[in-house]
Design a protein around this ligand. Structure first.
Ligand code: ZN
Length: 98
């Protein structure tokens, strides 16, 4: 699954916590749903209310999660490439001695 973050304004009448769920410091301004893949590959979801600072932090977190995912995919591709190179590599030592 792709990491994602979703922000929404909350209903004025909806029960809203006094402080941000993330930093526990500032009053929340948005509700959020943050979904990413944990180290075990299982989806991890975080939901709650966040202040504007933490909304920005969640975006950074998403960016990092996505970069991590891409790096892992690229690493997996490189392993595949190395496998192919290993199979196709000629026996140089033998040919140099002709
Ligand atoms: Zn916060």
């Amino acid at each position: 699954m792709r990491p994602s973050v979703f922000f929404s304004a909350f209903e004025p009448l909806h029960e809203v916590p006094q402080i941000c769920d993330v930093c526990q410091l500032d009053p929340p301004v948005l509700s959020f749903e943050f979904a990413t893949t944990g180290e075990s590959g299982e989806p991890e979801e975080q939901k709650g209310f966040c202040c504007r600072w933490c909304a920005a932090e969640l975006l950074h977190k998403l960016e990092r999660a996505d970069a991590q995912r891409r790096a892992e995919e690229e690493a997996a591709l490189k392993v595949d490439e190395f496998d192919i190179i290993d199979f196709e590599e000629p026996q140089l030592a033998g040919s140099y001695h002709g």
